[in-house]
Design a protein around this ligand. Structure first.
Ligand SMILES: C[S@@+](CC[C@H](N)C(=O)[O-])C[C@H]1O[C@@H](n2cnc3c(N)ncnc32)[C@H](O)[C@@H]1O
Ligand code: SF4
Length: 393
């Protein structure tokens, strides 16, 4: 559910920079055991450093109970339920948690088990997000994922059975070689798993990844934008028909309670402290980020230094731009009073062009239509540039 508007919500993000192996498409700040060999970085060293950063956060933020905790990565499930419980205990004892706190961890299907989920539920986790990506074996192979197709669905069921209230499955679509039928089978599997949240991302070929090198060598075709658009519509139609409407362009939920409150905090200008290597933080217009390497991160905290690598103060105009970019991606949309006159004229034209919902617009909100969602970045650009140029039908 969207955070209440009378109090800015406060979240804690915890970045776990470890993966068993690197998937060919991924450019996240994460390291395999061989990449860390000889660096001195380890999960226990990381946990010590996170404790130290938590103390630093408390001294900067002061007394402020936490509305949402999100442990992401990387592969948090590699830490095991005990270390994850310790992380949550530390956040609880340092800041306190608000009643009804949402506590999520990302997990990779292959490093989970019924006892792992039972441990999470017993220690206060309420939500788990599993990287399924696809049910098609050849798609998982191209993505270099290590789990078998059935494992993600089994893990989702185990999580529900263990008492975790909310379970998400992540899908990646428009992977080269994926067919419409492969995607339909993935959606059938997601729905059969009984989850209450789905995130679906079109495959991005990130610079510097093994996938980018394969595409450059011509071994793998680049994902096709038209295919991606058609696949997005397929996903949206199927999930909506199953009672899981969109609430953010890449996110669908079975009820308002199933929406990820932590991510809504990012999209609705909330405050959060990001603990861990490379983590980003935002407090009232100040944004900063940590050094990326776990060994350097640990060494700086051990030496009593802040692990901050850089910082920027957002101006009112930067914040206004970000509000348009982020709120327009939500089903709750953007209050048109946040736009200037030219932006409002552009919104009127975007409604004529079928990109914004005309009824919502008469009620003062810019809300993307399904066509608008496919062109969300372009709509944002038009509203910010005040560009009312009609789009050809
Ligand atoms: C970075 S992972 C972290 C969680 C966990 N290790 C996993 O793989 O599920 C979070 C999600 O980001 C998405 N992702 C990462 N890189 C991507 C890319 N290049 N294109 C599309 N989605 C991507 C995947 O769906 C993945 O589930
Ligand atoms: S398991 Fe997740 S974080 Fe790790 S390399 Fe793969 S996609 Fe990236």
């Amino acid at each position: 559910m969207p955070p209440s508007t009378d109090r800015v919500p406060f979240g804690i993000y915890v970045h776990v920079p470890f993966c068993a192996a690197r998937c060919g498409y991924c450019d996240f700040n994460t390291y395999t055991p061989s990449e860390l060999a000889g660096s001195g970085a380890s999960p226990d060293g990381w946990l010590d450093a996170v404790r130290r950063e938590l103390e630093l956060a408390r001294s900067v933020v002061g007394s402020r109970p936490v509305d949402t905790v999100f442990v992401g990565g990387g592969t948090p499930s590699l830490l095991g339920a005990e270390r994850l419980a310790t992380v949550l205990d530390e956040v609880r004892s340092t800041f306190g948690l608000t009643p009804g706190v949402e506590v999520t961890t990302e997990s990779n299907p292959e490093s989970t088990s019924p006892s792992f989920f039972e441990g999470l539920a017993a220690s206060g986790f309420t939500r788990v997000s599993l990287g399924m990506q696809s049910a098609a074996p050849h798609v998982l192979r191209l993505l270099e994922r290590r789990h078998t197709p059935g494992r993600a669905v089994a893990a989702a069921r185990e999580a529900r059975a263990a008492g975790l209230e909310h379970v998400n499955l992540d899908l990646i679509y428009s992977t080269p070689g994926e067919t419409d039928d492969d995607l339909r089978a993935s959606l059938d599997a997601v729905l059969a798993a009984g989850v209450d949240h789905v995130s679906a991302y079109s495959l991005i070929v990130e610079d510097g990844t093994a996938l980018a090198r394969r595409v450059a060598r011509g071994e793998v075709p680049a994902p096709d934008d038209d295919v991606a658009a058609a696949r997005y519509e397929l996903i949206d139609d199927r999930l909506t028909a199953a009672g899981m409407p969109w609430y953010e362009v890449s996110n669908w939920a079975a009820s308002p309670e199933a929406q990820c409150r932590h991510n809504l905090g990012y999209w609705l200008d909330g405050d959060w402290w990001g603990l861990g290597p490379g983590a980003h933080s935002h407090l009232d217009g100040a944004r900063w980020w940590n050094v990326k390497h776990p060994a350097r991160y640990g060494a700086m905290l051990e030496a009593g230094e802040s692990p901050e690598a850089g910082r920027e103060e957002l101006t009112e105009s930067d914040r206004a731009t970000e509000r348009v970019m982020l709120r327009l991606r939500l089903v709750s949309g953007l209050a048109v009073e946040l736009l200037d006159d030219a932006g409002r004229a552009a919104a009127e034209q975007a409604a004529v062009d079928g990109l914004l919902d005309p009824v919502a617009l008469t009620e003062g909100r810019a809300v993307l239509t399904s066509r608008g969602r496919l062109l969300a970045d372009g709509v944002v650009h038009r509203l910010l540039a005040g560009d009312p140029t009609p789009v050809p039908a």
